[in-house]
Design a protein around this ligand. Structure first.
Ligand code: CO
Length: 197
C-alpha cells in the first residue's frame, strides 16, 4: 500500500466514510472487500453464518444502525453465496450444535419454499436456488427493520441490494431486487440471480 501511496494510512486514520455496508457470510472464501474490489475505508462490514438479518440480533442491528444513522451509507448489499454451509445445513436438517438455533429461521424459509424447490431437477439446482431464496428473505427482513424504514421516512438516500457470489467462478450475481423507498414493492417471488458484466 505504501509503495502505491505513501499517505495511504495517514489518510485512513483521519476518516471513515464508507458508502457501502456489506452483510455477508462468515465463510472464509467470501471476503467482502476483495469481492467488490474496495479498499479499507470504503466498506463497512457485517458477517455471520449464512448472512442472516434477524430482528433480535443486536450485533447485526447495531452495525446496521451505526452504518445508516452515523456513517450514512448509501447502499446495503446483502450477499449470499452458492454452496453456503449454513444454508445447506438448514436444508438438510443437520445437527451441528448451537448453530442449529441460529439457522432455525432458514429452516422455516425452506419449509415455506419446499414445494417450489421440489420442482427443480437436481439437488445442485435446489441448493443453488435456495441460497438465492435465503438472500431474498434476508433483504425482506432488512427492509422491515425500524432502522431502514425510519431512514427512508426522513428522506435519507439509501438502497438495499441482494446479491449472490459464486466461489466456483469468482463472480457476483445480482438478484435485481433493489429497494430504495418504503413504496418500492418487494418482488412477489424470489427473483433469480443474474450476471451483470
Ligand atoms: Co456461507
Amino acid at each position: 500500500m505504501l509503495k502505491k501511496d505513501s499517505t495511504f494510512f495517514s489518510k485512513l486514520l483521519a476518516q471513515q466514510t464508507p458508502e457501502y455496508l456489506w452483510v455477508g457470510c462468515s465463510d472464509s472464501r467470501v471476503p467482502a472487500n476483495e469481492i467488490i474490489g474496495l479498499l479499507p475505508g470504503e466498506l463497512f462490514v457485517h458477517r455471520n453464518i449464512a448472512n442472516v438479518i434477524s430482528y433480535n440480533d443486536f450485533n447485526c442491528l447495531s452495525v446496521l444502525q451505526y452504518a445508516v444513522d452515523h456513517l450514512k451509507v448509501k447502499h446495503i448489499i446483502v450477499c449470499g453465496h452458492y454452496g453456503c454451509g449454513g444454508v445447506l445445513a438448514a436444508m438438510r436438517d443437520l445437527r451441528l450444535g448451537l448453530v442449529d438455533n441460529w439457522l432455525r429461521g432458514i429452516q422455516e424459509t425452506y419449509a415455506f419454499y419446499q414445494e417450489e424447490l421440489a420442482s427443480l431437477k437436481s439437488p445442485q439446482e435446489r441448493e443453488n436456488r435456495f441460497c438465492e431464496i435465503n438472500v431474498f428473505r434476508q433483504v425482506c427482513h432488512l427492509q422491515q427493520t425500524t432502522i431502514i424504514r425510519d431512514a427512508w421516512k426522513r428522506g435519507q438516500e439509501l438502497s438495499l441490494h441482494g446479491c449472490i457470489y459464486s466461489i466456483a467462478d469468482g463472480l457476483m450475481r445480482d438478484l435485481d431486487m433493489t429497494l430504495s423507498s418504503v413504496e418500492d414493492p418487494i418482488p412477489s417471488k424470489p427473483p433469480e440471480a443474474k450476471l451483470k458484466l
